[in-house]
Structures are given as C-alpha cells and as structure tokens.
Design a protein around this ligand. Structure first.
Ligand code: NAD
Length: 286
C-alpha cells in the first residue's frame, strides 16, 4: 500500500514560501512570525525549534517570546497585545501547553484573525465554520493537503476522525465535511471505536495514543492519516497508528507525514498574512 509521505509536499510549499519571502525582503518587508512559549514541555520545545528552523530556511524571521512556565494570564496577554498591534509582526503562534490555570480562551481571543496563522482563536474558528476568510488550524489543513496531493477523492466517502479537539479533530472533521465527505467524529467516550473506524474510507487519527489503531480497526484499502505525535520512553517519535496498518491501507508516516506539512502551512499562512496586511495598509492610504 502507499506511504503518504509529507516531505515532498512540505518541500513544494517551502520553495514557494521562500521565493515570496525573498520578494518581500527585496521591498524592505521582513516576514515575521512571533511565537510565545510559556512551558518547559519538551515536545513543545521540539515543535518550536522545528518551526523556527523551517522558517529561517525560508527567510521568515522568528521572534521567540519565552515566558516562565508559571506565567500568569495577564503576562501572556500583554505579550499577545503587543504582538497584535506591532506592524513588524505578521503571524502569531501561542504555543501550548500553557501554564496551569491561565484563561486560554481569553488569550486566544487577543490574537487578531489576520495574524492568527494557526487558526486558534474563537474568531477564526467561527469564521471557518461560516465559510468566511480565515486561517484554518494548520494541522487540520495539513490533513486535507495530504489527501489532495495523493488524489484521494472525498465526495460521498465515509470519513472518520478520531479525536475532537478544537485545534485538530473538530476542524479536520469540518474541512472534510466541506469537501462533501460523510463524517463521523469519535472520541474518548465513543462506545465502540473499531466499529466506527472500520467503516472509514478515510480515517484521520488524532488522539495522542500510540498504537490506538491497529490493522484490525481499519478497512482494507482505506486511507489513514496519522496525526498523532507521541514521544516514546526511548525518545522516538511515533504516531497513533500501529505499523501493521501499512500492510492493508495507505498510511502517512510518523515522523515525516502530517508534521512537515503542518509546519509548512504555518509558514505559508504567515506569507498570506504579510500580503493581507500590506493590502489593508495600502487601502488605508488611499
Ligand atoms: P487532545 O489531547 O487535545 O485531544 C485528543 C482527542 O483524542 C480528544 O478529543 C479525545 O477525546 C480523543 N481520544 C483520546 N483517547 C482516545 C481513545 N482511546 N479513543 C478515542 N478517542 C480518544 O490532542 P490534540 O491537540 O488534538 O492532538 C492529538 C494528537 O495529534 C497528539 O498526539 C498531538 O501531539 C498530535 N498533533 C500533531 C500535530 C502535527 O503537526 N503532526 C499537530 C498538533 C497535534
């Protein structure tokens, strides 16, 4: 069965992003992504490092605002408010997990939708749901980007999404629905997961549970997108889908599947944001 590699997709996206970033730089605009991190979580740190490396390779500048792992809501809010009005900042990422007890919805609401390159704010989520211009959460968009690249037809297909988080499962389900798939969402309280997953022509797994889905849970010939990223005790990155699934279904690898596409889409969104913000500034001058 096919290995649905994300790396060639990431390469294509990044090549275009770099070309555009260099064109903006030639005109004196430095595309800039600001990342706020307030955690000592190793996986979050790894994710931020990988975005930074990819951004810098594409000539996008990264500003990292590192706050302590017990930073209060107001401190993070101040950093977000400063970034929201800073004309030199085009994209804003608020890395999770956040310190225990902070008011996450309040914080996400501060990110202006124009700069919300990971579609994390309630405003972006609402706009996406209503079909209005908004950045989709990059991981959910990466799922659709992979399916399109590998020519997976969606209209009328049974799509099952395992996971209902606001940043991955729900938006992935929404985007699949927008493409006319018949969508089922499963979650930790679903009573018989394999009964649902075995109906899937397209199975998207975003639970954060290594080995949750094995070949016994998958319809032969299905397309399986493994969003999960889990760090094992011996420090390897594994998905939620067991290796035996590759014998009966098309499968994305972990690492090298959804991850690099997600990172590339964050960069692509940052460039789109540069373009939108410049157009708005120009319109205000006339
Ligand atoms: P989350 O913890 O917020 O949500 C997990 C979801 O899985 C929940 O909705 C829960 O109901 C469901 N779930 C948990 N156990 C289950 C079970 N046994 N059966 C059915 N459903 C179950 O996590 P998230 O932020 O949505 O991320 C999900 C996974 O995707 C994680 O492994 C995360 O690291 C990974 N992730 C990867 C990328 C990427 O770019 N590759 C980006 C974001 C998240």
């Amino acid at each position: 069965m096919r290995l649905l590699d994300g790396k060639p997709i990431a390469r294509d996206i990044r090549a275009k992003v770099k070309e555009q970033a260099l064109a903006y730089r030639a005109n004196g605009v430095i595309p800039t992504l600001l990342i706020i991190i307030a955690t000592e979580d190793e996986q979050a740190a790894w994710y931020v490092r990988s975005i930074r490396k990819a951004a810098e390779a594409c000539d996008i500048k990264v500003h990292l605002t590192e706050l302590s792992a017990d930073a209060p809501t107001e401190m993070i809010a101040d950093a977000l408010r400063a970034a929201a009005i800073d004309p030199m900042v085009h994209g804003i990422l608020l890395q999770t997990p956040l310190p225990a007890g902070v008011k996450i919805d309040e914080l996400l609401s501060i990110i202006p939708p124009q700069k919300d390159v990971d579609g994390a704010s309630p405003i972006s989520a609402g706009r996406l749901l209503y079909g209005q211009a908004a950045f989709a959460p990059a991981t959910a968009e990466a799922v659709l980007t992979l399916l399109d690249y590998y020519n997976v037809l969606l209209p009328g297909k049974q799509a099952v999404v395992v996971g209902r988080s606001r940043i991955v499962g729900r938006p992935a389900a929404h985007l699949l629905l927008e493409r006319d798939a018949t969508v089922t969402i499963c979650h930790s309280r679903s009573s018989d997961l394999p009964v649902s997953t075995r109906t899937a022509d397209v199975l998207v797994v975003a639970a954060g549970k290594p080995g949750l889905i094995t070949s016994a849970d998958v319809k032969p010939g299905a397309v399986v997108i493994d969003v999960g990223t889990n760090v094992t005790d011996d420090n390897r990155l594994v998905g939620d889908v067991a290796a035996d699934v590759a014998g009966i279904a098309d499968l994305t690898p972990v690492p090298g599947g959804v991850g690099p596409v997600t990172t590339s889409l964050i960069l692509q969104h940052t460039l789109t944001s540069v373009s939108n913000l410049l157009a708005t500034a120009q319109a205000l001058q006339h």
